[in-house]
Write a protein that binds this ligand. Structure first.
Ligand code: NDP
Ligand code: 2IT
Length: 445
């Protein structure tokens, strides 16, 4: 590795030794862009990597709320405003008990690169809370969201920082968050994306991450002579990204045979019935094991990590970070899987990614493959600025063009550095190139 890059990485590991997920994400990026510093030693004097790996601002706050029994509860809220070189801070909010600073720093850091790849003017951020919406009443979720926004509102704005959804934050949560922001600030602006269609949202935003993932993977496999037609696909998770990845892959002629949640996975050799999954997850907020009530012939296994033992041609991990480890990668490769698209953020461990690349599996990294959500959020912002509302087909066409463009860009970048078919390196280099230019142009800030 380039000595400057190696030195920055070593310092970063020392300084953030309690943040394993952030170290993991930074290691992957810095190892990839080491090649750029070999070619451009003049970049070192700008301190680009020291600047890029330190968030511009981290906000941490108390979120008190009252549960349905009248008991006071206290959660921790965060917003990591990582980098605003390209545009206003932009990135989702995650509500999950596992949320901590390490996870939000890894997500915010990834978001800088992802948002750069979209070609649209958005910087990188992430936020959230260790609050668990599961098992809470709508009123409890509303009171939590209002308390969360009672602090967050002073740090965000349509031209400052525009949060969106992520794990545990969907249409319901965005609605409550937006309503309270509007009440506090008295402005109906694009301060959040993923808003409902009647109050400033964009068509296709709900589908965008899953559809975008399949558009990018389709372009990647087509460029190497394959297609989704007739292929067997495994999709992990059963939330927003997983559901719409299933929908688009099926539209392209594939059969999705397994899906999961944190309790386990279902296998349906006839193809997972998406209407049943939508009813269970989107309407009833139920569990994936409930699928057996609709299709008793399917099977449920109470271990979500074993989903990768199901043979498939294409694997789409769409649940959470580090859900696919080295052993799972070996099993997928042995079973003939030829392409992997990361719908989730960093679902494959560093070791798993290495295995896929060594085995010649076509591997689309999350910051490229799942950029469709952020890209469509930027299209939502554009519509809000114009006071216009674009039809479904128009947003979908723009999303597809963006995803195809991202693939071509990362493919080109990997080739130009002599790393053909390594889209991890391609994505990191292509994203970094634009961020570096924007940062250098703006001086030391
Ligand atoms: P949802 O909350 O809609 O769904 C998350 C899914 O992943 C659920 O099936 C959930 O199961 C499962 N899951 C979550 N945490 C864990 C865990 N620790 N172990 C096992 N399974 C888990 O979230 P999204 O679909 O929006 O997000 C999924 C992934 O995609 C995340 O990595 C997110 O960062 C990423 N992403 C999301 C985008 C978006 O636009 N929404 C954009 C780009 C990336 P359970 O219900 O049991 O918790
Ligand atoms: O990880 C992600 O890209 C998201 N959760 C969506 C971000 C956004 O601003 O739409």
């Amino acid at each position: 590795m380039n000595s400057y890059v190696a030195n920055v990485l070593e310092q970063l590991k020392k300084k953030n030794s309690d943040q394993p997920e952030f170290i993991q994400a930074a290691t992957e990026v810095l190892e990839s862009i080491s090649l750029v510093f070999d070619k451009h030693p003049e970049y070192e004097k700008y301190g680009l990597l020291e600047l890029l790996t330190e968030p511009e601002r981290v906000i941490m706050f108390r979120v008190p709320w009252v549960d349905d029994n009248g008991k006071v509860r206290v959660n921790r809220g965060y917003r990591v405003q990582f980098n605003s070189a390209i545009g206003p801070y932009k990135g989702g909010l995650r509500f999950h008990p596992s949320v901590n600073l390490s996870i939000l720093k890894f997500l915010g850091f990834e978001q800088i690169f992802k948002n750069s790849l979209t070609t649209l003017p958005i910087g990188g951020a992430k936020g959230g809370s260790d609050f668990d919406p599961k098992g809470k009443s709508d009123n409890e979720v509303m009171r939590f969201c209002q308390s969360f926004m009672a602090e967050l509102y002073r740090h965000i704005g349509a031209d400052t920082d525009v949060p969106a959804g992520d794990i545990g934050v969907g249409a319901r949560e965005i609605g409550y968050l937006f309503g309270y922001y509007k009440k506090l600030v008295n402005e109906h602006t694009a301060v959040l994306t993923g808003r409902g269609i009647p109050y400033g949202g964009s068509l296709v935003r709900t589908q965008a991450t899953g559809y975008g993932l399949v558009y990018l993977v389709d372009e990647m496999i087509k460029s190497r002579g394959y297609s989704f037609e007739g292929k067997t696909v495994v999709v992990s998770g059963s939330g927003n990204v997983a559901i719409y990845a299933h929908e688009k892959a099926t539209q392209l002629g594939a059969k999705v045979v397994a899906m999961s949640d944190s309790d386990g996975y279902i296998y349906d050799k006839n193809g997972v019935d998406l209407d049943a999954v939508k009813e269970i997850k989107e309407e009833k907020r139920g569990r994936i094991r409930d699928y057996l009530n609709y299709h008793p012939e399917a099977t449920f296994v109470a271990n979500c990590r074993d989903i990768w033992t199901i043979p498939c041609d294409i694997a789409l991990p769409c649940a959470t970070q580090n859900e696919l480890d080295e052993k799972s990668a070996e099993i997928l490769i042995k079973n003939g899987c030829f392409a992997v698209g990361e719908g989730a953020n960093m679902p494959a461990t560093l070791e798993a990614t290495k295995k896929f690349l060594e085995a010649g599996v076509l591997f689309a990294p999350g910051k490229a493959a799942n950029a469709g959500g952020a890209a469509t959020s930027a299209l939502e912002m554009a519509q809000s600025s114009q006071r216009l509302f674009w039809p479904f087909e128009e947003v979908d066409r723009k999303l597809k063009d963006i995803m195809v463009g991202i693939f071509r860009n990362i493919d080109e970048a990997s080739k130009s550095y002599g790393m053909k078919d390594n889209f991890v390196v391609g994505a990191n280099i292509a994203a970094f190139d634009k961020i570096a230019k924007a940062m250098i142009a703006q001086g030391v800030v």
